[in-house]
Design a protein around this ligand. Sequence first.
Ligand SMILES: [Zn+2]
Ligand SMILES: [Zn+2]
Length: 350
Amino acid sequence: MKAWAVTVPGQPLKEVEVPTPSPKGSEVLLEVTHCGVCHSDVHFWKGEYDLGGGNVLKITDRGVTLPRAPGHEIVGRVLECGPDVTGVAVGDVRAIYPWVGCGKCESCRLEQDNLCTNQRSLGVIEHGGFASHVVVPHSRYLVDPGDVDLALASTYSCSGITAYSAIKKLMPYDADKAIVLIGAGGLGLSAIAMLRAMGHNNIVSVDNNPEKEKAAMEEGASAFVAISSEHAKDRILAKTGGPVMGVLDFVNSTDTARTGFDLLDKGGKLILVGVAGGQITLSQAGMVFRANAIEGSLTGSVQDLRDVIALANEGKLRPIPIQEMAKEKANEALGLLRDGQVNGRIVLVG
Ligand SMILES: [Zn+2]
Ligand SMILES: [Zn+2]
């Protein structure tokens, strides 16, 4: 099979030929039809994550071997099933849950593969959707997209479930009370769509790029604040009408997390989702006196993917802007995303 793969971190992806796996046991082989390009792919391409304080996590320290095809927002067509496969047949088109776990631990038994400590994620440990084919260990990782546009359905495997799972951590939440979303890229826009679908109607979207305003407002944000200039906190508070109970930080840099935390009301929660990197200093007594919480949110579960696709099939979920590109343009797509030039999501096809 062909794969657009990282061969050397930070260098352009190369098209390589790797053996096409033949599915054994409960494994399913799919031909990739669509693959969304996510910010995590840019980090993967760069080969490292900024952990703050000068610490860096190299992908090769996470068990990644190169060459490896990134891409984890995948829709594919079933090509071949192992002898023990039930629930899908050759020719079926399915959205793929990419955050595959070890299959043995407690998290995996609860279908919370995203919390497994021995993950075999597609596009990280195994070849992902930048390859022509992918293998999943079991048909339970495949979700019927129903009537959802396939390019859009691909984005639900990461940005969709990541937004959904992060939002759930703030629930229950008064539908009329302001909620702040930092970042109006693929994830931020997905979160606006999800919150609207859940009946929320006071969403303040924040981004350092003022050009993201149009997309955020069209997606259903109640207000937009560009925070590239000074006094970000005050300008956001002017839109929220005061401190808020919930902030979702889809960027999660030192600056955005600081701003997000400083927006919280007593009892309010900051959910960290992005991996831009950095660190903030907190007053421990202040955390107690104000009863605040900060929580990290890592992608979502298989059930979250089923839930998001069901929400989309009910017609409640407004689509995010999608730009389809040929897979041969994978390098160009990553460059555009790195440079903040993408409105919504690029989805590689073919
Ligand atoms: Zn992703
Ligand atoms: Zn596990």
